[in-house]
Design a protein around this ligand. Structure first.
Ligand code: MN
Length: 128
């Protein structure tokens, strides 16, 4: 069983991802605010983090920076899910350490390919 943390303030997006992952052996944790997302990441050390960028209180970029600078969360793969498809922003997030950047509305097949690839790699690494 893998753990996935989705940091997202929009409930319908959370429910969509929950539905999309229903057949996967994944425990889904959700945080609707950036600071809470950082807390949950440090506490539960998820196998993958999905990150929205427009969050109340703390922007997704700040959340990513906080994850990367903390040794407890520095290597957790982060996939950004954002409606913002500005090339400069995508480039900036990837340079800042995001593994992938998927634009909303989510293309389900592509999303699952990315998630399955990361989970397979992470679980292989964990099990040796
Ligand atoms: Mn948002």
């Amino acid at each position: 069983m893998a753990t996935l943390l989705y940091i997202e303030d929009n409930l319908s997006n959370l429910k969509l991802i929950e539905r999309v992952l229903i057949d996967r052996p994944v425990r889904l944790l959700a945080a609707m605010q950036g600071g809470l997302g950082l807390d949950l990441a440090r506490e539960h050390h998820p196998d993958i983090i999905l990150l929205d960028l427009h969050l109340p209180g703390m922007l997704g970029e700040q959340v990513l920076a906080g994850l990367r600078e903390d040794p407890r969360t520095a290597t957790i793969p982060v996939v950004v899910l954002s409606a913002d498809a500005t090339p400069g922003r995508i480039e900036r997030l990837l340079v800042a350490g995001a593994e992938a950047y998927l634009t909303k509305p989510i293309e389900v097949d592509r999303f699952l390919r990315v998630i399955d690839g990361i989970l397979e790699r992470e679980l292989d690494a964990r099990d040796g």
